[in-house]
Each structure stands twice: as C-alpha cells, then as structure tokens.
Design a protein around this ligand. Structure first.
Ligand SMILES: Nc1ncnc2c1ncn2[C@@H]1O[C@H](COP(=O)(O)OP(=O)(O)OP(=O)(O)O)[C@@H](O)[C@H]1O
Ligand SMILES: [Mg+2]
Length: 266
C-alpha cells in the first residue's frame, strides 16, 4: 500500500492556545479513517491545516508525493484534496445541480478547453460534465431535486449535497468534517452508507471527523483520537475502543470495564 498523506510534527497555536500539538498522521491510499475527539480537541483545526485554510506553525504535510504545507487552499484542492465543512456552506439561491457544478469548476479550467479545441468541443465537454454531475446526484439520491433551489432542501439533503459537491471535484482524498452533524440516527446511517458507496465508486481515501465514536466504529479501518490538540490514540476500532485513555478523554474520569462497554454499546 502506498502512503497518500504524511503529516509530521504538526503544530498550530491560536494566541496562547496550543490547538494542534506535534501531530503525526499517516494515511494509506484507499483507507477509511476516522478522527474522533471531544469538543474543542482540534479536529476541525486539523482539517483546516490540511486544506490550507489556516497556515501551519511548524511541521510538514506531504500529499501524493508533494510537500503541500504552504500551498494556498485552491492549489491544495486542485491537487486532489476535497473537504466538507462542519457548518453547511452552500449557495442556497442556486439549484442543487448548480451547487454541484461549482464544485466541479474548482477542478476543471473551462477556458483551457475553449482555447485548445474550439466551441464544439466545449459543448461536448459541457454534456460530459452534466452527465457526470447527474450521475453523482443519482448516487446521493438527489437526482429528482436537480433543479430545485438548495434553500428548499432539508438538513439531511443539504448534508448529502455537501458530500456530492466535494465528490464533484474528483478528489483523491476526501476530508469530511462531521458530515452527519444534526441528523436523526436513520439519516446518519443513510449518509454513512452513501459515503461508503461513493468511496468505492471513485476509489477515494477518506478521513471523517466525528465526535461520536459509535458512528464510525463499523465503517472505518482505523481511528485516530485527538484530545486537547494531541493525538492520544490510534488503531483499529477495536483497539481504540479498548483504550481507557480514549474513554477518559471523553468523560474526563476513569471508568470500569463495564462502564466502557456501556458507553460503546451500539
Ligand atoms: N480561528 C480560531 N481562532 C481562535 N481559536 C480557535 C480558532 N479555531 C479553533 N480555535 C480553538 O481551537 C480549539 C480546537 O477547535 P476545533 O474547532 O478544531 O475543535 P473540534 O475538535 O473541531 O471541536 P468540535 O467537536 O466542537 O467541532 C478550540 O479551543 C477552539 O476554540
Ligand atoms: Mg469541529
């Protein structure tokens, strides 16, 4: 297996707050990884550093063989890293389909096609893109709503749209920041299932941030645990769920084996 992402000695401060502390993180191609941790443990900050939204204090981020540590967000996106945000961001006045096409435009430079091949080829390319976007809408179950404004979508549908838009960028690596936040359990299951389908279909490597351990127990190959900006544990779901440091980070106190079992019971 090839390493797709290698993060070494990553640090980030916000004033006096040491939000990410010396984090090492390595991802194999095709892996499905969860990053979990209590509120404020640095999960979103970690993603913001990987995607270039915040500058890194010290440390390196190597993606797909390139040192992307100091790259601008758009360049990181173009190189194959897509992300979703914890708080939904979309163009509510625009249709579901157009929201998806915006994601795609980050990937394809339109004028290049026009310049190279002339307008006939642009029309063909336009059609191909449209087919691809409709294909994604089918996969996320929103094809029937393609021409409806995003503002009319439910929270669950918007979460799916955010997922679809990140896929439209044709990434290699997908960073999902609490993609199921605010959803009822049945919708959480649905989005996790669709995410797994997309992962297989587009051969993605995925990192999913969650703060609920149970949500990622069945789906992820490995789990990394952050607490106060530090990586305190990493391993298979089974290894991590047997790690008392992890449980204590969540509850801030020592627990008996019985209490741990209760906490993890699905
Ligand atoms: N732009 C910022 N400026 C100052 N402090 C910040 C900034 N972003 C995050 N922080 C702080 O860094 C710490 C980590 O925040 P972060 O949002 O990464 O946590 P999180 O693990 O994603 O939490 P949650 O589960 O609530 O989403 C918190 O103490 C937060 O207040
Ligand atoms: Mg967060």
């Amino acid at each position: 297996m090839d390493t797709l992402l290698k993060v070494t000695g990553l640090n980030k401060h916000f004033g006096g707050l040491h939000a990410i502390k010396n984090v090492d993180f390595e991802l194999e191609e095709g892996e499905m990884r969860a990053v979990i941790g209590p509120n404020g443990s640095g999960k979103s900050t970690f993603f913001n550093l990987l995607s270039g939204i915040y500058p890194v204090d010290t440390g390196t981020v190597v993606f797909d063989g390139y040192d992307i540590t100091d790259w601008e967000p758009h360049r990181i996106a173009e190189s194959g890293v897509a992300r979703t945000f914890q708080l939904l961001r979309m163009f509510t006045e625009m249709s579901v389909l157009d929201n998806l096409r915006i994601g795609h435009h980050c990937h394809v430079r339109y004028s290049t096609f026009a310049g190279l091949f002339g307008t006939g080829h642009v029309a063909a390319e336009e059609k191909r893109i449209m087919d691809e976007m409709m294909d994604i809408l089918e996969l996320i179950g929103l094809a029937d709503f393609a021409h409806i404004p995003a503002s009319e979508m439910s929270i669950g549908q918007r979460r799916l749209l955010a997922l679809g838009r990140s896929i439209a960028m044709r990434p290699k690596l997908l960073l999902l920041d609490e993609p199921a936040a605010g959803l009822a359990p049945v919708n959480v299951d649905n989005i996790m299932r669709i995410m797994m389908t997309l992962k297989e279909r587009f051969s993605l490597t995925v990192v999913i941030v969650e703060h609920i351990l149970k949500v990622v127990m069945d789906t992820c190959d490995r789990i990394s645990v952050l607490d106060h900006g530090e990586k305190i544990a990493e391993g298979t779901p089974e290894e991590v769920s047997n790690d008392h440091a992890v449980i204590e980070a969540y509850l801030g106190r020592e627990m008996s084996d019985e209490q741990v079992k209760d906490l993890l019971a699905v």
